[in-house]
Design a protein around this ligand. Structure first.
Ligand code: DAH
Length: 383
């Protein structure tokens, strides 16, 4: 019969176990199916009640002591093994990575980054707004009332009015956070980035209790119109610019656009032509053409052999300023809107807009940009 003292000799062996394998052998020898402690425990069943009462507690205590000692030793050995691994396994972060980076930055993202960099230098912040808008922000507040012919020209994608969810409840309005007894507003996919002007001015009016403060933002983003051919896609990108301050004139507008386009096309010989035009939200309004030179039959931006329209602009209409809660007698400003995809095509020489959104890897490899070359004014906008 296994006696207690032979089992007790496991304790010093466990404490001295040199590694986890040795410890595991001891565990099997003591606590395994045929282990000495297990065998000892089995003897309890065959004892008389008196004997069991006399010897039972000692045997149970011994089992607990052996189990506890094994757990302690295991923890110590495991911690030591981890420490040893941590000390031995070092990773040299300065080693060059073997594989060249795959993937590229899409030209639209690249141009957006370039715009943000150029305008940040002029003190403009980047503003954003939702792509699902109210017709109030997309049209009414921009001085395009329901009867205005400009609405028809926008080929707008409207959402169903009073759209209902599957459970029959009125669909919550993503802008206002719920209909709650209010007449449902007609939602649409924004047809231009101009509603970000409205949101920005309104936010300033709210924050300053209508007193107002200077604003300088650009708002790049996705816009939607039901239109598709080689120069139009149902989803496209625009950038909006807005400056609000006291005493702003068309001179500020022209200088800003000239500075922007020179930095963007990375040429000093950029010539602008402002043509009188009409937009409901600006008065006066101007379309801006940029001059090009014919080089080997190709149009190259710069010089003035011919003119290409690049953006719409004007002085923010006093009605728009007032609709957004600011006093047009105190605050004036200019705004402009420009197609980002077109800007990319002009600078990087693509000729079919649809290829921008096909997701063809060969096209992306050819026209894409390295994620590691971030545009900076000092290091080169499109380096
Ligand atoms: N929102 C106009 C469009 O999509 C572009 C535009 C023109 C924006 C003149 C402006 C602006 O801010 O002043 O056609």
């Amino acid at each position: 019969m296994t006696d207690l003292s032979s089992v007790e000799s496991y304790l010093p062996q466990i404490v001295a176990a040199p590694d986890l394998t040795a410890l595991e052998s001891l565990r099997i020898a003591a606590l395994g199916k045929q282990g000495e402690v297990t065998v000892l425990l089995k003897t309890l069943g065959k004892m008389s009640p008196e004997e069991r009462q006399a010897r039972g507690p000692a045997i149970q205590a011994l089992r607990e002591a052996v189990t506890g000692a094994i757990a302690d030793r295991r923890e110590t050995l495991e911690r030591a093994a981890l420490d040893a691994r941590l000390a031995a396994e070092t990773l040299d972060m300065t080693l060059p990575v073997d594989a060249p980076p795959t993937g590229s930055v899409h030209p639209v993202s690249q141009v957006m980054d370039e715009l943000a960099e150029i305008f940040a230098d002029l003190g403009f912040a980047v503003a954003t707004g939702p792509e699902i808008e109210t017709d109030e922000n997309n049209f009414d507040k921009l001085n395009i009332p329901a009867s205005h012919p400009a609405r028809a020209m926008h080929d707008t994608f409207y959402f169903e009015q009073n759209a209902r969810t599957a459970d029959g409840s009125a669909q919550s309005n993503p802008i206002d956070g719920g209909l709650a007894g209010v007449e449902a507003r007609r939602m649409l996919l924004r047809t231009h980035t101009s509603p970000v002007q409205v949101r920005t001015m309104q936010a300033v009016a709210d924050r300053t209790n209508g007193r107002g403060e200077p604003i300088r933002i650009i708002a790049p983003g996705r816009t939607y119109r039901s239109d598709s051919d080689s120069t139009h896609t149902p989803m496209f990108h625009q950038v909006e610019g807005l400056v609000i301050d006291r005493g702003i004139t068309m001179g500020h507008l022209k200088w800003t656009l000239e500075t922007f386009l020179r930095a963007y096309f990375e040429r000093d010989d950029i010539v602008l032509r402002l043509r009188p035009s009409y937009f409901p939200f600006t008065e006066p309004s101007a379309e801006v053409d940029v001059g090009y030179t014919l080089t080997k039959g190709k149009r190259v931006i710069g010089g003035s052999d011919g003119w290409m329209e690049v953006l719409g602009s004007g002085m923010v209409h006093p009605r728009v300023i007032a609709a957004c809660g600011l006093d047009p007698a105190e605050w004036q400003g200019f705004a402009f809107g420009c197609g980002i995809d077109r800007l990319a095509m002009l600078k990087y020489g693509m000729d079919d807009l649809r290829a921008f959104f096909d997701g063809d890897v060969r096209w992306l490899r050819h026209y894409g940009f390295s994620a590691l070359d971030v545009p900076t004014l000092s290091g080169g906008i499109s380096s």
